[in-house]
Design a binder for this molecule. Sequence first.
Ligand code: DTB
Length: 308
Amino acid sequence: MVKFETAKEIFYTPFFELIYKAYTIHKENFDASKIQACSLLSIQTGGCSEDCAWCAQSSRNKTKMPKQIITDLKTILDAAQKAKEIGSSRFCMGSSGRMPNREFFEMICKVVKEVKKLGLETCLTMGTLTEDQVKTLKDCGLDYYNHNIESSPEYYKNIVTTRTMDEKINTINLVQKYDINVCSGGIIGMGETNEDRIKMFVLLANLKKPPASIPINRLIKIPGTPLENAPDVDTFDFVRSIALARILMPKSFVRLSAGRETMSEELQALCFFAGANSIFVGEKLLTVRNSDYQKDFELLKKLNMSLL
Ligand code: DTB
């Protein structure tokens, strides 16, 4: 059981000592010259009934993104093939909405099986799941389910009112019960304090099993969302957050996720040093442009790093 006070002490360790410690732990558990590449595709976009303050896809936000669904299997498999060709090992598929409906769910199971045939790991993110749905996803061979806790339980209430943290944890527990790998992390930069960030990582570390993947996103301030004018995150606090995740969850992949397109190469390098060992590659995240993947690969080359 990780205690908040212990995690806080780690977070506020003198900066270089902190990242040195994170790097040391990283090297003990991983080949620190390797970066995992994952790609994203939004299969159902927009029209979401939830009110997540950061999200372009909520119908309650002024972004007013109409619901769009890719129903054509070939379009999805072409995207997966492209992801594989550029070097991704995992294909992550997103669907907006509180919970998948029956028809969509059946289609997605077929998709998972087909994507796996391409030799890619599969990950889905589509909100709250029932136990039956989790069971079905396991039977389909789904490798990972992404369900972020986003922030501390206390701060979560300020940014989402249509879903509780308990509901989130319930889905995560179900996913773990059926032995599907959990991908869960959060967003830094929604106006939360460092204490909230620390609490988020403590909660993740204290799950029945720490998540196998921990996406750490730096908020993309999307115009029309309530967080469009959120204050900038202090760069060193961001790196401290990465280092804390690495130290508390040494065996998990820590993904430097959304927000990389506005990070300098130096900041990304610092994040890798602090223990981040996974990125999203490809033209798009869910609704927003991603960092240029050719540039990503050039950066890895400059750092003598390569894809896993
Ligand atoms: C995660 O933590 N980040 C990804 C993935 N899990 C689903 C999503 C990033 C989305 C960035 C904003 C957008 O494209 O709309």
